[in-house]
Design a protein around this ligand. Structure first.
Ligand SMILES: Nc1nc2c(ncn2[C@@H]2O[C@H](COP(=O)(O)OP(=O)(O)OP(=O)(O)O)[C@@H](O)[C@H]2O)c(=O)[nH]1
Length: 453
């Protein structure tokens, strides 16, 4: 489903405000309608009450034609609130007495009136009532029956007419309107304030959660949202998110640390020989290439020595591979201890080692190689009552800038080592062949056992 453009905050506001606004509108309309009706009815009732009092009171004045009486009656009517004019008519519709600026009414209008109110002009409510007289045949009425005959003989002898100013009631209506509007506006304002606070109390924590999730989705793991929810559910959600984020972050760190360890181990294993811990053939080839380049560019000359142990196989065959492994480790340690810090020693095969001597003249390199050969041949290896001594055939090639291809130097050292083997082993031969004479010592000597070279 396509998400709406309205944010959660706006939706919550709508949910809270829309019903309130609709309700307020309805209530206002009802209050205004009923208020206006009540005000109008009050004016009308007031006018009706005045004429109801005035009409019987004016009976005598109309019959007697005493205008002074009528004037005083009208004066009394004028004293009533909102009365602005009043008049008395005879049965012909002639105005007998009046007070105020009365609008003289047509006799037809008077005859049609029965105490009802009408608006004869803006802001003026006119109320007319007939003046009825019971006549003077009291005996007849008594004889014929007071109730029935007396009522039947009532006749209209004139009318009273009162005009009321409706402006005060209009003002009252306006007051009702404005008061209603003010109350509704205040109510809506309060509702809006509460709705905004409510909407914020929900939308803020949710927005914080959304931000946190987005950050995590973008790869940030140390995410912690501020816990600001006031409701229990949202508060639990925030705490849960932070707990979950911490757990994910912790797991990620642990996993990353394991990956780093594994990567480091793999990198180490990719570069080192697992048995002796020396660097392996791959590193050796890289280093040789670097040395060849350095020799050509900076005149940093040196030498490559191929060291192949003599008659190593006998150790394996006599005491097993574990013995052979142990001897290899010891020889590796021995070579490491004899060479300089800048030199590079690698195990490149079964019983083969490669030594790159850096910053070294051919003479020095030859001396170092011979010392190394002597150290190896004089080393005694004891294993379960057997004592072995192995020799080393060393082929040496100079890294002096004359070779551009490292493999040429490799081939040269390998060939020199092969020559050393052919020449009786346990000797150093430098390529091109100008090396030393092979040592007379035996390749492998054993004691305490029957194993001999
Ligand atoms: N224990 C052990 N033996 C190995 C290992 N790698 C290779 N070898 C053995 O080392 C021997 C090397 O063979 P050679 O170099 O021909 O044997 P050698 O006795 O030294 O003969 P020469 O070099 O001719 O003197 C083989 O028998 C391999 O099986 C290893 O990691 N551990």
């Amino acid at each position: 489903m396509k998400p709406s453009r309205l944010s959660l905050h706006d939706r919550l506001l709508l949910v809270a405000l829309l019903p309130a606004a609709l309700l307020a509108t309805l209530v206002t309309a009802l209050v205004l309608y009923r208020g206006a009706q009540t005000v109008d009815r009050a004016v009308h009732d007031h006018g009706t009450a005045i004429v109801s009092f005035l009409a019987p009171a004016a009976e005598y004045g109309v019959i007697s034609g005493n205008r002074a009486t009528l004037q005083s009656l009208l004066q009394a009517a004028m004293a009533q609130r909102e009365v602005i004019a009043a008049g008395v008519y005879n049965d012909q519709g002639e105005l007998l007495a009046s007070k105020g600026r009365i609008g003289v009414l047509d006799p037809e209008v008077l005859r049609a009136a029965d105490g009802t109110a009408t608006h004869t002009a803006p802001d003026i409510l006119t109320v007319i009532a007939p003046i009825e007289s019971a006549g003077i045949n009291i005996d007849d009425e008594y004889l014929d029956g007071w109730q029935t005959r007396g009522v039947a003989r009532m006749r209209t002898i004139g009318w009273v007419h009162v005009e009321l100013d409706t402006r005060p009631s209009s003002r009252e209506k306006s007051l009702i309107v404005w008061t209603s509007f003010a109350i509704v506006a205040l109510g809506l304002l309060l509702t809006a304030v509460i709705a905004v606070r409510l909407a914020r109390s929900v939308s803020r924590p949710v927005a914080g959660l959304v931000r946190g999730v987005k950050q995590m989705a973008a790869g940030a793991l140390d995410v912690e949202i501020s816990e600001q929810a006031t409701s229990q559910e949202l508060s639990a959600l925030e705490r849960g998110f932070n707990t979950m984020a911490r757990a994910i972050s912790e797991n990620h760190r642990t996993l990353q640390s394991r990956i780093d360890d594994a990567t480091a181990l793999l990198a180490y294993q990719a570069q080192h020989d697992p048995l002796t811990g020396l660097q392996n053939r791959r590193v050796f080839e890289q280093k040789l290439e670097e040395c060849v380049i350095a020799s050509r560019r900076a005149g940093d000359h040196g030498a490559l020595c191929f060291i192949d142990l003599d008659r190593f196989k006998i150790v394996n065959d006599t005491c097993g591979h574990a013995a052979g492994d142990d001897l290899l480790m010891r020889i590796a340690l021995l070579i490491q201890q004899r060479v300089r810090e800048q030199d590079i020693i690698c195990r490149i095969g079964g019983d083969e080692f490669a030594l790159i001597l850096r910053g070294c003249s051919p003479e020095d390199a030859l001396n170092i190689a011979n010392e190394l050969r002597e150290s190896i041949s004089s080393f005694r290896f004891d294993w379960q009552g057997h004592t072995f001594s192995v020799g080393a055939s060393i082929g040496m090639a100079c890294i002096d800038g004359t070779h551009t291809d490292p493999s040429d130097i490799l081939i040269a050292a390998d060939a020199a080592c092969y020559d050393a083997k052919r020449n009786g082993r346990n000797c150093v031969i430098q390529y091109p062949a100008q090396g030393c004479a092979p040592d007379a010592a035996p390749d492998v000597a054993t004691s305490g056992g029957e194993n001999t070279a």
